[in-house]
Design a protein around this ligand. Structure first.
Ligand SMILES: *[C@@H]1O[C@H](CO)[C@@H](O)[C@H](O)[C@H]1NC(C)=O
Ligand SMILES: *[C@@H]1O[C@H](CO)[C@@H](O)[C@H](O)[C@H]1NC(C)=O
Length: 358
């Protein structure tokens, strides 16, 4: 009797000890996470937390004010690095509310009601560490300006942007990604002058705008270029000579026909993924040797022959798989007028092809 009672008690005690040590560990973790800032700053930060927001004690550089139905930005505490304001009804990007938030790294304003008039003078450029701006799904009519030189990612999709202020990107040497998808940009807005300064841009998304021609002035560092869903009819000969790093190129849902696409315009050695679905092409363009994925579905192509599309003379491709073998692995040709089977010389040419949709 006595023995079993003792053992029951000792089990309970050991369970409580485990629980306590677990709690202690959690507190320690909390303290460790909070320790990337001096204690006084930590206290100031937590005390200045706006009542509308949540400031986690174990992650004191973050302020969460998302999904609160806010109509304006509350006063943001001074040591904030990560600010979440998405899914509100904010109309004004207020310089006053953000006056002390000069340390911001990350600003999420997606799905609000901010207009270009609502972006107050100098509010973004005073944040000299700001690397990420998310302003998707707002009511902007122009790219906000001026922007801080620290900026790396600028997301502005699904606004009403029709203007890029002259020189807005000058000095933005760290800008890597520019997302302007689903706006109202026309040819005259996207020019060498308006894009000047994008010296390290890697990805630009101009899909779903109102472009009638290929944009001018894209920087030679561009690797990913997305232009789907515009009204582009032709590509000037040699267009990609100015883009020697382009690897992912999307031109789906445009108005390209074969008379507007010089046969060897895509002969760029950097290109890996080329998407030309839902256009009006009647011929397969020249396929460069290094291309791995090609989407040509939903065009008006009637035939495909190895003699026309193989980047090397078919007879020189021998049985061995070496450097000279074209890299194409995936080919979509469905939604055209091509009758199967795929000609033998196409198969012989692209011997790394894993999947072909016809
Ligand atoms: C900025 O910080 C100062 C000093 O701590 C404080 O008095 C002021 O209310 C703060 N302003 C805003 C807008 O947060
Ligand atoms: C493609 O480019 C390569 C290298 O720049 C060149 O040797 C070749 O002749 C070009 N082919 C066509 C069809 O333009």
């Amino acid at each position: 009797m006595q023995t079993s009672h003792t053992s029951w008690r000792s089990t309970l005690v050991s369970k409580m000890a485990l629980l306590l040590s677990l709690l202690y560990t959690l507190c320690l973790v909390g303290q460790v996470l909070g320790q990337d800032m001096p204690h006084e700053e930590y206290i100031a930060q937590i005390q200045a937390c706006p009542k509308e927001c949540r400031c986690p004690t174990n992650f004191p550089r973050a302020v969460y004010c998302d999904n609160k139905g806010l109509k304006s930005i509350p006063k943001i505490p001074p040591h904030t690095w990560y600010l979440y304001l998405q899914n509100n009804l904010i109309e004004v990007l207020s310089a006053d509310a953000l006056r002390n938030a000069t340390q911001l790294r990350w600003l999420n304003l997606n799905r609000n009601k901010i207009t270009s008039e609502g972006v107050e003078e100098g509010v973004l450029s005073s944040m000299s560490h700001l690397a990420h701006i998310y302003m998707d799904d707002n009511l902007l009519s122009s790219v906000p300006s001026p922007l801080p030189a620290s900026l790396e990612y600028l997301r502005l999709s699904r606004n009403r942007i029709s203007k890029i202020p002259t020189g807005v990107f000058i000095g933005l040497d760290k800008l890597n990604l520019l997302d302007l998808q689903a706006n109202k940009l026309m040819d005259d807005a996207v020019t060498e002058v308006s894009l000047k300064g994008l010296n390290n841009l890697v990805q630009i998304n101009l899909a779903k705008n109102q472009l009638n021609s290929m944009p001018n002035g894209l920087p030679p560092t561009t690797t990913q270029l997305f232009l789907d869903g515009n009204n582009i009819e032709k590509i000037p000969a040699g267009y990609f000579k100015g883009l020697p790093k382009v690897a992912f190129l999307r031109l789906n849902n445009n108005k390209l026909d074969s008379s507007g696409v010089p046969r060897n315009v895509f002969n760029v050695s950097s290109i890996l993924d080329l998407q030309l679905s839902h256009n009006q092409l009647t011929e397969v363009p020249f396929i460069p040797s290094g291309l791995e994925h090609l989407h040509l579905d939903h065009n008006n192509i009637k035939s495909v022959s190895g003699a026309n599309v193989c980047p090397v003379a078919v007879e020189t491709v021998d049985d061995s798989i070496d450097e000279s073998v074209p890299r194409l692995r995936y080919l979509r040709l469905d939604g055209n007028d091509i009758k199967p089977p795929i000609p033998r010389d196409v198969i012989l040419c692209f011997r790394l092809l894993r999947s072909i949709v016809i």
